[in-house]
Design a protein. Sequence first.
Length: 315
Amino acid sequence: MRKVFGIGETVLDIIFRNNQPIGAYPGGSTFNAIISLGRSGVDTTFISETGADRVGDSIIAFLQENGVNAENVRQYPGTKSPLSLAFLNEQNDAEYVFYKDHPNDQIEFEYPKVNPDDIVLFGSYYALNPVIRQQVYGFLHYAHEQGAILYYDINFRAAHANEAVKLRSNLLDNLELSTIVRGSHEDFQVLYKKDDPDVLYRQEISFYCKNFICTRGEAPIALRAQGNLSRSYDVEKVEAVSTIGAGDNFNAGFIFGLIRENISLMQLREGITPEQWDRLIAYGQHFSAACCKSIFNYISPEEGERLKEKNNEDF
């Protein structure tokens, strides 16, 4: 059975509407996707660190309750779990304030066994952070050498815009290891001051990675892929309760599709058919829409059970 490994941060997301807290849930970009995959019956492992506190204990328990292997989530004595405050506007889009001491980040873990065509999900500042770069890059390089599919969600926030130049070398190394790169137009505005998918693919991505997905809010999703493939996908309009986990769950759905459709690393490198790409994007959109219908950062347990029972033809 193919496995999915996620490596990324854990946070406690405290969600506000009209400046009043309405909920607090475990989160983190890769974390959210891994929870949705675990609920969908995928064999998942999460690699991270969290505080040696009550919040950290609850985060590890939450992973385990949702079928995720949490053996590689470390708690270090004297550390506190990071917080993220998410303020929802009238469109239920979020503006974030983060409370985390990145210079004191640390991570130590033994590499779990990665097999050919397993999938590794990584991204955000966690994948660039100089403090833990040696450990994170070491695992990504190991997984690449083992023949895994590496899915990179750039997810670069404006809060780190002043570090973009300093982190560029790490970014390029990540792109070079990746099989698939996804980013939002906001990510690329922060990184490159440009957001045209064709310009981005030609000037910033294609030299390193041939498979590129650019999500653009309510605008169509842009795909540029191996074999000079260029496609556009309309975004389904959803009555969103919260969009906090929308991109994270697009990643989860796409990865779920890779496994459900039995698409290998070799196929992605050689170029899959337009119809296969259509189905993978559809999986991503399905997960994203399902997540946005609730205040939570992941698909519901009930949706996970439905996904286990669905056939490929249902998408």
